[in-house]
Design a binder for this molecule. Structure first.
Ligand SMILES: Cc1cc2nc3c(=O)[nH]c(=O)nc-3n(C[C@H](O)[C@H](O)[C@H](O)COP(=O)(O)OP(=O)(O)OC[C@H]3O[C@@H](n4cnc5c(N)ncnc54)[C@H](O)[C@@H]3O)c2cc1C
Length: 371
């Protein structure tokens, strides 16, 4: 029986592995990929798709096609639980068990829904990225009939990018500009460098985005947002864009996890207990040094993850992953062709910032999108 490599999710850390899938097949290994969609969306361009800069095909990878063309098996479904002793993965909603010799997990993260109650029409979380496409259609149809309110809950990168791109969307579609409110907790973009916060605030306020810092959102019920001190706001469309949590698969499977529930991995991106389980991206907890949930790290993990999966199948030594410093390049797409860029002590806003982001993102997509 062939040795089996199983990938959960075709996310940002699996790009190099997927691009080289044929190499595994040529060496006599079976490769299976489980993913709930035939496509994987590049999140860095998600808000740009909401704003209309990009179409879905510009920002997604055709995972199923790529896997099948290279001789792998694609399973449309969601991994639910891992049994590390029997070396099988269970799929959600079926009895099917998928066996593995080596498993790699890149199932990403999700936006917690605990504060959401009542009807969910008009509520679009910032992940999965497909939600932003649905939101785009809904905003255009509602704003075409009159003045609406769009609320964004959170003031991290995804929240500010969504706010700016809702503005771009409505300006470009020539529908009535909504009232755009961003609920930034008690302190807008707290924890970010002061200049980044100031430039971001300036750009958003220039577009008419109202930044509310009256407290954390406690509950979202139907079309109402309630803050911790009791104030209530109404909105037609609500984007919960609060911090993400790693996929719940690992905690559910009893695997060692970090405090956030992410698969706890060592410097080889390998589970600290089960040495044939690996992972990358938002779903892991990197034991040596907890990493921000940003695509930058997932992208950097690619070559090490690919090399270690092959090495594990072939019984060779593994290579170490080095995150490469925390001062990574940050560029926010704030809509209307403008952005904020920050790296080391350099911070600026405007068209150049967005142009650089657009160039980097398109180059990444081009490198891994199959023709
Ligand atoms: C709106 C937005 C904008 C962002 N912009 C940036 C940016 O500009 N720069 C940056 O560095 N970071 C950005 N981030 C953060 C970045 O999205 C994440 O760090 C990145 O997506 C992590 O990649 P990932 O592959 O681990 O996870 P994901 O991108 O979430 O991919 C996970 C994959 O696994 C699949 N999957 C999920 N559950 C299962 C399951 N149970 N079984 C099988 N497959 C599963 C999913 O379908 C998906 O294909 C942004 C995030 C958001 C929400």
């Amino acid at each position: 029986m062939k040795k089996q490599l199983l990938l959960i999710g075709g996310g940002h850390a699996h790009m190099v592995t997927l691009a080289n899938l044929q190499t595994f097949v040529d060496k006599g290994f079976g490769v299976t990929v489980i993913q709930p969609s035939e496509y994987h969306y590049y999140s860095g361009m998600g808000p740009g798709m909401l704003g209309g800069t990009y179409q879905p095909d510009d920002i997604r990878f055709a995972t199923r096609k790529m896997v099948e063309q290279k001789g792998g098996r694609f399973i449309l479904g969601k991994a639910y639980r891992i049994d590390p002793h029997r070396q099988v993965v269970f799929l959600e909603g079926t009895e099917e068990e998928i066996p593995y010799d080596v498993l790699s997990c890149n199932a990403g993260s999700y936006v917690p829904r605990e504060s959401l109650h009542g009807e969910s029409t008009g509520i679009f979380t910032s992940k999965p990225i497909e939600e932003l496409l649905l939101a785009r259609e809904k905003i255009v149809s509602l704003a075409g009939t009159g003045k609406i309110t769009v609320a964004i809950v959170g003031s991290g990168p995804s929240a500010i990018e969504i706010a700016g791109n809702v503005h771009q969307l409505c300006a470009q579609q020539a529908v009535t500009m909504p009232k755009i409110q961003l609920f930034g907790g008690r302190n807008f973009m707290s924890g970010r460098p002061p200049k980044v916060r100031r430039l971001t605030r300036n750009l958003l306020e220039k577009k008419g985005v109202e930044i509310i810092e009256a407290g954390y959102v406690q509950q979202i019920e139907n079309n109402r947002i309630r803050l911790e001190h009791g104030q209530e706001y109404k909105a037609d469309i609500i984007f919960p864009a609060v911090g993400v949590r790693p996929s719940p698969i690992f905690a559910r499977s009893g695997l060692p996890t970090g405090p956030d529930g992410g698969l706890q991995v060592n410097e080889f991106l390998q589970s600290i207990r089960y040495h044939n389980i690996f992972g990358g991206g938002d779903c892991i907890y990197f034991q040596a040094e907890p990493l921000d949930k940003v695509g930058v790290y997932a992208v950097r993990q690619n070559p090490v993850l690919y090399g270690n999966l092959m090495a594990c199948l072939e019984g060779r030594p593994l290579a170490k992953f080095s995150p490469g410093g925390k001062d990574y390049l940050l560029i926010y797409n704030l809509g209307d062709g403008e952005g904020v860029l920050s790296k080391w002590s350099i911070t600026f806003s405007g068209r150049l910032a967005f142009t650089i982001k657009d160039w980097i993102d398109r180059r990444f997509i081009k490198a891994f999108q199959e023709p």
